[in-house]
Design a protein around this ligand. Structure first.
Ligand code: AMP
Ligand code: MG
Length: 401
């Protein structure tokens, strides 16, 4: 048997092709899912000023010792007032949630403990001094590292950045990819199908998988099994100037038959084709086309998707600065026995039973079973040297999601 590349060897070859993307100022609306390139310091305190946590009355604790009492209301302070005067002893200020505390006040009496008056107010009861006051800097101190380099930006991180006044963040930019399918049998969805033709599904699927990890994906129109057509498609990616893509991903045309257009066009042209000891996804290729990193995936839809999960997803996430590049992985007992080919790492579509914690293979091993992939929620990983697992035996599970 010919020597096959291990999954790890091929994963390293692909990871080595990609350089880290640069850090650039990115608006908050484009920040989701990207990674912070440098520490983010707080340019101000949060809250930036002492303010009320309740709608009510700002008072001095000394003025509400004997209750009930009636105090004149000397100011009305809605949120947004920028000219708040000090609170004179023996008076109250009507105040709303988020409004600045008048200097001298040390307690907020909620409106529910009063008669709600606006010229004078009767206070029936009062909480302890300091109550319902949000102190300056209680959440963040100016100068603190509020988000560390390497943080993945999600909704809460965007929230705190905006609260600190940042309109842009220093983020690692998305990797720019081009996806190109090959196959004379392919027809774009939405068009009529002749006998012997199939709809092109790899490019939209891969583009969606790339977008889900916040990379940029451009779909180049698929090409027939024709070396010149393929070269013309690839050259579009290679001639994009400074906007050139960081990675070209093709599918199809790399296995052992005739008309393997990718192999025919690119063997000896900077792409190394290899058999990788895995199922599905054995025929693979990687290298550079006119200097641009390129990965050639097998054409079977499930092989293409599994190859993305195993090789591209971690490599791209690493290039985009993610601290954690793999899918969440657990070990779970099988609910039914499973066979696996000797000498190959098997990746099976799986289904996790969240009630009893067992997993099962979801559909057969065939790499054309795209609907079963669409129904799976995990991938089962069976090592190269394991050919059979009994029900109840643990298996490695990658949670897709
Ligand atoms: P290939 O690797 O080109 O020999 O393709 C292997 C199998 O995958 C064949 O059955 C192809 O028709 C199918 N296939 C290849 N590319 C695509 C694609 N983009 N969309 C759907 N099926 C494909
Ligand atoms: Mg083909």
């Amino acid at each position: 048997m010919v020597h096959m590349r291990s999954v790890e060897e091929h994963a390293r070859a692909i990871a080595d092709l990609l350089s880290s993307t640069e850090v650039g100022a990115t608006t908050l609306t484009r920040a989701q899912g990207l990674v912070l390139g440098t520490d983010l310091l707080a340019p101000l305190d949060l809250p930036p000023f002492a303010n009320s946590a309740m709608d009510g009355y700002a008072v001095r604790a000394a003025d509400v010792q004997a209750l009930p009492t009636v105090l004149p209301v000397t100011q009305d302070i809605p949120a947004g007032r920028t000219d708040v005067a000090p609170l004179q002893p023996g008076s109250a200020a009507r105040i709303m949630t988020g409004a600045p505390l008048p200097p001298g006040a040390d307690l907020i009496v909620q409106v529910e403990r009063t008669d709600g008056g606006d010229r004078q107010v009767r206070i029936d009861s009062a909480p302890a001094p300091g109550t319902h006051i949000r102190a300056i800097g209680e959440d963040v101190h100016r100068g603190d590292v509020v988000l560390a380099a390497g943080t993945v930006i999600g909704a809460p991180q965007i929230g705190v950045a905006a609260a600190l006044g940042y309109a842009e963040l220093p983020l690692r930019r998305p990797l720019r990819t081009m996806v190109l399918s090959t196959g004379t049998e392919l027809v774009a969805p939405g068009n009529p199908l002749e006998p012997g033709q199939i709809y092109e599904s790899n490019a939209p699927m891969l583009a969606a998988a790339l977008t889900a990890i916040h990379a940029e994906a451009t779909i180049e129109h698929f090409v027939a099994d024709d070396v010149n057509a393929l070269r013309a498609g690839l050259d579009k990616a290679a001639t994009g100037g400074h906007e050139a893509v960081d990675l070209i991903i093709t599918s199809g045309g790399v296995s052992a038959g005739a008309y393997e257009v990718v192999k025919d066009a690119l063997t000896g042209q900077g792409i190394e084709f290899a058999k990788v000891a895995m199922q599905p996804g054995m025929p693979q290729g990687a290298g550079r086309y006119r200097g641009i990193p390129m990965v050639t995936l097998p054409g079977n839809p499930v092989s293409s998707y599994v190859s993305f999960e195993v090789f591209l997803r971690p490599a791209i996430r690493a290039a985009m600065g993610h601290p954690d590049v793999t899918r969440p992985t657990v070990s779970a007992p099988l609910s039914a026995p499973l066979d696996s080919p000797a000498g190959k790492r098997q990746f099976r579509r799986g289904h996790l039973n969240t009630v009893d914690g067992t997993v099962a293979a979801w559909g057969g091993p065939g790499s054309h079973l795209l609907a079963w992939l669409a129904g799976a929620d995990c991938m089962l990983v069976v090592p190269e040297d394991v050919t059979h697992l009994d029900a109840g035996e643990p298996v490695e599970v990658w949670l897709l999601g």
